[in-house]
Design a binder for this molecule. Sequence first.
Ligand code: GLN
Length: 196
Amino acid sequence: MGVNVGVLALQGNVSEHIAAFECALDRMRWGDTSSVFSVKKAGELMGCDALAIPGGESTTISRLIEKNHLYEPIRQFPGGMFATCAGMVLIATHVDDPRVHPLCLIDMTVERNAFGRQRESFEADLVIDGIDGGPFHAVFIRAPVGTEVGNGVNVLARIDRGIVAVEFGKHMALAFHPELGDDTRLHERFLKKIGT
Ligand code: GLN
């Protein structure tokens, strides 16, 4: 089995995602038949089975998506998307900040910077539906939360403030940063849905 993973490389945690996907693919023994690379232009999406939208600043990434004529190509992308933190803001349908032009690929309402100044960054052990082997140690950095999801969106984890992990078809969106740290269970779960 193998999979070609593109990481949207406009701004944010690009190299961390590339390293985490490479590590996950090696652990799954798909490393030799797969590739992970950065994507900056629409033409590069053609070679991808999956696309990661990393954490960063969703307002900036949104502006750069428009500037690089990537909005429609990403919306039409037929593969799975792995959207983390700012990525979760971008992939939603409704966002509480007019500077973000959401991609509307997962029917979900998202609040940016939902934890305010007091808890800009924190870590939490999450029980995530479908992830075996104990809680997932999640790093939240100026994180969003989901406040509502539409039909067919599978909520995988919540904390007191709201929804922090969802799955919709081949897509996965997470409010935290699974690419920081050594736990690749979420990357592996995503890749198993994509691999052929
Ligand atoms: N607060 C950022 C935003 O809404 C997300 C932060 C992150 O990706 N670490 O864009």
